[in-house]
Design a binder for this molecule. Sequence first.
Ligand code: UDP
Ligand code: MG
Length: 315
Amino acid sequence: MTPKLYLVIPCYNEQEVLPITAPIFLAKIRDLIAAEEISDDSRVFFVNDGSKDKTWEIIKALSQEDKHYTGISLSRNMGHQNALLGGLMEAKELCDVTISIDCDGQDDINAVDHMLREYKDGCDIVYGVRQSRESDTAFKRGTAQFFYKLLDKLGVESVYNHADYRLMSKRALDAFADFKEVNLYLRGMVTLVGFKSTSVYYSRTERIAGESHYPLKKMLKLALNGITSLSVKPIHLITALGFAVMALSLLGIVWSVVAYLLNLTVAGWASLIAVICFFGGAQILCIGVIGEYIGKMYMEVKARPRYIVSDRTDD
Ligand code: UDP
Ligand code: MG
């Protein structure tokens, strides 16, 4: 039996690029249907992430043009990760297998063929991995590499150079639905699902049109989310730092007693201040990081909905 595929595509303010890339997605779906690789009720499934431009109007018009286009619109901008999760959770009820891909044409659509082959070979998750980062600026390349290494050191299992271009079967998504956390770093969470998985390699190009919605600030936020949502090693580091500071302060006490006994206590004001400053700083740092985790627990306890659908093209 040929599987029913949904291409899940989050879109935020993409009116410039969508009219160019939507036909590319449709052509791929049509080719795969013609080759009897996927069933005719497969779809290009857009998730409008609360766009402020004409993105949703374009998606609605597309869905009128061809039955293979469909989409949902979120009630407001919820961010790439939430929009993608929303799309995947909606799609899993409607199809056998999903492939998530950005709508800006950066990810090579032809990798879909390879992903489907792996799926037919029994893989439930297939990661799209960038062959090289040549299309990135030196800064983005450097920071990304540093980040992947850091994640690895912190014990977070992640696929090197994989973003969110990924095949997931219905079975994998059903399991993924049980991850109830609110702070999302999907590429790190998906590896926790398990099942048979593999990677396929593709080259990532420049955005076809429009601008990136991942400025440095958002990138840092995602990176920080990845670390604090998936690793408790920072807490272990704090504990280690606590031990080190304790040992140092014991030495400091011994030193001050000896200095007192030797009648040297008037001098040393500067060093005393330095020590106070150091401990003050270390404590504030530790409290800050612990606060990060408490903040996360607070958000998890609230169990807010991760996405809310306001419209559907099918209504
Ligand atoms: N995106 C989204 N919501 C957002 C930001 C981005 O749905 O709040 C979508 C965007 O339309 C694109 C994908 O996420 O399809 C990746 O974003 P972008 O291409 O801007 O990021 P970059 O490729 O520069 O990292
Ligand atoms: Mg992009």
